[in-house]
Design a protein around this ligand. Structure first.
Ligand SMILES: [Zn+2]
Ligand SMILES: [Zn+2]
Ligand SMILES: [Zn+2]
Length: 396
């Protein structure tokens, strides 16, 4: 189950405060794929699922055809996409769990899910019965974590179920124990956002409900209040966002078509207009979204000026780390833990997001360089409401 190490990179221990890092062992060109990695465990976000973004339960492949997805998200049932052959989905390969009817993109995914955790988490015939404890737990979670979603209680449930189903539970526990799971940064007195006031009163309810459904004698430590907080911190700091989307696959395949110039322009205009309508109806919510734990990629440190980026080119949870700049042998590989939009914000705002979600103060090259500049807060940041005066005073 452990990730195998590609020849072009290695994990090195840096120091006590930075921990590990991923380093290049050979020259990597800009645009080159550095590695592909499957997660140990992944899950779709619960609101995303409720809003009918249809994804494979195991690999998060987006399972609506590009046309069906575009119709739903533009709220235009008459929309018809040209070049249907560019939508790579084959619904004849889809399978459902015979007990609970949950959908998979393939028999391979159904089996992988069943073999790893689904025997424990299958709702059986009670998948419509909202009194089922697992559905109650999901409801509790949705009520405290509205979109935009960043984590899911189901990642914790799947981790527990993997231990319960494993022939060698100790081995699975050891792998999960390798992930950083500090609930606080003692040195800098920062507590994780998922453990903040917003969640505090609900955390005990989540813990007791999870224990009621999934308690296991081989991991009693995961069900104590402290242990459960550690699991939260683990998924909060290591959970990698995943996005899959049939529309993007269709667009990508359309771009690769060899067409006469006028047909090409016509298709480009169609796509531009479709994106405008998508934006108007659904804003930025175009993907099946979820998160997963990636053993190797989780050793990558953050930089606000990264030399690598995370992509999901296979329309599922398989991550591809791509070089954004040329990387020399022995050079550390950095990714950004925050979104592109957050990256364009001031040093002050970036550091606040990183502290609350990843428990560290960024000292990357860009942050160092900008340390001498006055802290300007853009209007957008004033509007976003997450920056009140008192916090700003603390940080200045
Ligand atoms: Zn799948
Ligand atoms: Zn099932
Ligand atoms: Zn930085």
């Amino acid at each position: 189950m452990a990730a195998s190490m590609p020849a072009n990179v290695e994990v090195q221990f840096i120091n006590e405060s930075k921990g590990r890092g991923l380093f290049a062992r050979q020259e990597i060109k800009e645009g080159e794929a550095i590695l592909d990695e499957k997660p140990l465990v992944s899950t779709q976000f619960l609101w995303n699922e409720l809003y009918k973004y249809t994804a494979c339960e195991y690999c998060l492949r987006s399972l609506e055809t590009a046309e069906a997805m575009a119709r739903r998200l533009t709220n235009n049932p008459a929309l018809s996409l040209p070049h249907p052959e560019c939508c790579a989905l084959d619904p004849s390969e889809f399978v459902v769990c015979p007990q609970c009817q949950v959908l998979y993109c393939s028999e391979e995914c159904r089996k992988a899910s069943w073999d790893r955790y689904h025997q424990i988490l299958c709702l059986g015939s009670s998948h419509h019965d909202s009194d089922h404890p697992l559905l109650r737990l999901q409801e509790i979670w949705r009520n405290i974590h509205y979109p935009p979603e960043t984590a899911s209680i189901m990642l914790i449930c799947k981790m527990i179920a993997m231990v319960k189903q494993a022939e060698d539970p100790g081995h699975v526990i050891t792998i999960f124990n390798k992930f950083v799971n500090n609930t606080v940064n003692e040195e800098e007195q920062i507590a994780h956002k998922l453990l903040g006031d917003q969640f505090k009163c609900q955390l005990e309810l989540l813990r007791s409900t999870t224990a009621e459904i999934l308690f296991d004698e081989s991991i009693p430590q995961w069900f104590t209040p402290e242990g459960f907080q550690s699991l939260f911190a683990l998924i909060g700091t290591n959970g990698q966002g995943i996005g899959s989307c049939s529309i993007s696959v269709w667009v990508k395949n359309c771009e690769d078509l060899e067409l006469p110039e006028d047909k090409k322009t016509e298709l480009d205009d169609f796509i531009d207009q479709m994106y405008e309508e998508l934006e108007k109806e659904s804003g930025s919510f175009l993907n099946c979204e979820g998160s997963g734990l990636y053993e190797l990629t989780s050793s990558c440190n953050h930089s606000c000026d990264p030399n690598a980026g995370i992509t999901f080119p296979h329309n599922n949870h398989v991550l591809t780390l791509v070089a954004l700049k040329p990387i020399q042998p022995e050079e550390e590989i950095y990714i950004s833990y925050i979104s592109e939009c957050e990256m364009s914000r001031s040093r002050h705002s970036r550091q606040k997001i990183l502290r609350e979600n990843y428990l560290f103060t960024c000292r990357c090259r860009k942050c160092d360089f900008e340390a001498d500049e006055p802290d300007v807060t853009s209007e957008e940041e004033m509007d976003s409401g997450d920056e009140d005066g008192s916090e700003k005073m603390d940080n200045l």
